[in-house]
Write a protein that binds this ligand. Structure first.
Ligand code: NAD
Ligand code: IPM
Ligand code: MN
Length: 370
């Protein structure tokens, strides 16, 4: 790819704090490695609502559509709890996902060796963990219609959300999971609730048929999503790639985050389909965590999920595999040196804030390049 147009959407709460650390890495890469990133900025979430009454403006949406990749911080917070539903901060993120057709959300949960003690689970349960949750991101109950609150006129109201999946949506997300499994340990676990949901029955059928037709070299197992949640906590190392719908994927990835030590550790890539001609794809990179209102403004946020999301951006959008590997090695190195933000603090480690953690990772990244 010739151009490297990056749109930064820091958002609210700890989003801008974590994004500032990525900005430093990009500045170094542009100055010293001549990486040639062209940066643009935009507003999303509560800050966009404050500026123009919408969770993302059409102008910023157009910038996202024109960018080679988008880096997203986090949105939301108590300040916007009572704004109208359609313009709540989270609507900005949902519009980006939907309009950019980012149907494949890759959420890797890796337990860095140095953090095996930081999880709330026993060390042998999480040590060496490397799983990938592939979450469907543009369908299901998040977007299905009708979605409304109906006044029944008898003092009662009815809240309605609709879970909808079509064959093509299940086919393409399971295809992504099978392809990725081939580059890993060759196993896919598909999670749904076919015992209760019609969409679960179809999900199971389509994944099975896709496997039979195109991916029979990959090991496939099916698991009910509730049991999957239990198995993730009981013995997560049984999994390689998990493929699941939008809502189950949201919940299962927060569970997986805690296996790695903290929600502040989990990056993600939200990808569209490759363009038939150029092979390039729309992409947005976002930490799994939110705006963390409880620690926003205190300088305590862990920037690793955001920095690791940028590493995914280097790998998936710009094919800068060497730099991505080096940035991930820098994160592992700093953790190995016992440098910790509060959320992953353990006895004998050095506690630092967001900025110091970012500085330490950048210094390690530079040292590894030398
Ligand atoms: P949250 O992820 O913001 O926070 C959950 C807990 O994890 C908090 O105790 C927080 O302090 C901690 N945490 C999260 N990220 C951390 C980090 N990087 N370093 C250290 N600790 C971290 O989830 P929530 O509190 O349920 O939601 C807060 C707001 O964020 C809500 O408005 C929600 O809608 C929004 N949200 C946004 C996104 C997103 O923008 N992608 C994702 C999830 C939640
Ligand atoms: C996530 C978040 C979002 C989701 C919200 C903020 C819309 O929880 O990315 O995990 O539910 O998908
Ligand atoms: Mn979530």
């Amino acid at each position: 790819m010739a151009s490297k147009k990056l749109l930064l959407l820091p958002g609210d709460g700890i989003g801008p704090e974590a994004m500032a650390e990525v900005r430093k890495i990009i500045a170094y890469m542009n100055a010293e490695l001549k990486s040639g990133f062209e940066l643009e900025e935009g507003l999303v979430g509560g800050c966009a609502y404050d500026a123009h009454g919408k969770a993302i403006s059409d102008a910023d949406m157009a910038k996202a559509m024109a960018a080679d990749a988008v880096l997203f911080g986090a949105v939301g917070g108590p300040k916007w709890d009572s704004v109208p539903y359609d313009v709540r901060p989270e609507a900005g993120l949902l519009r980006l996902r939907k309009d950019m057709e980012l149907f494949a959300n890759l959420r890797p949960a890796i337990c860095y060796p140095a953090l095996a003690d930081s999880s709330s689970l026993k060390k042998d349960v999480v040590e060496g963990l490397d799983i990938l949750i592939v979450r469907e991101l543009t369908g299901g109950v998040y977007f299905g219609e009708p979605k409304e609150i109906v006044d029944l006129g008898n003092g009662q109201k009815r809240g309605i959300d609709t879970q909808v999946y079509d064959t093509y949506e299940i086919e393409r997300i399971s295809g992504v999971a099978f392809e990725l499994a081939r580059t890993r340990r060759n196993k896919v676990t598909s999670m749904e609730k076919r015992n209760v949901m019609k969409s679960g029955v179809l999900w199971n059928e389509v994944v099975t048929a896709n496997h039979k037709a195109r991916y029979s070299d990959v090991q496939l197992e099916h698991m009910l999503a509730d049991a999957g949640g239990m198995q993730l906590v009981r013995w997560p190392k049984q999994f390689d790639v998990i493929v699941t719908d939008n809502l189950f994927g949201d919940m299962l990835s927060d569970i997986a985050a805690m296996l790695t030590g903290s929600l502040g550790m989990l990056p993600s890539a939200s990808l569209g389909a490759p363009d038939g001609k150029t092979g390039s794809r729309k992409a947005l990179y976002e930490p799994v965590h939110g705006s963390a209102p409880d620690i926003a403004g205190t300088g305590a946020a862990n920037p690793i999920a955001m920095i690791a999301s940028f590493a995914m951006c280097l790998r998936y959008s710009f094919n800068m595999v060497e730099e991505a590997d080096r940035l991930e090695a820098a994160i592992a190195g700093v953790l190995g040196d016992g440098i910790r933000t509060g959320d992953i603090m353990s006895e004998g480690s050095t506690k630092v804030g967001t900025t110091q953690m970012g500085d330490a990772i950048l210094a390690k990244f530079k040292a590894l390049a030398a």
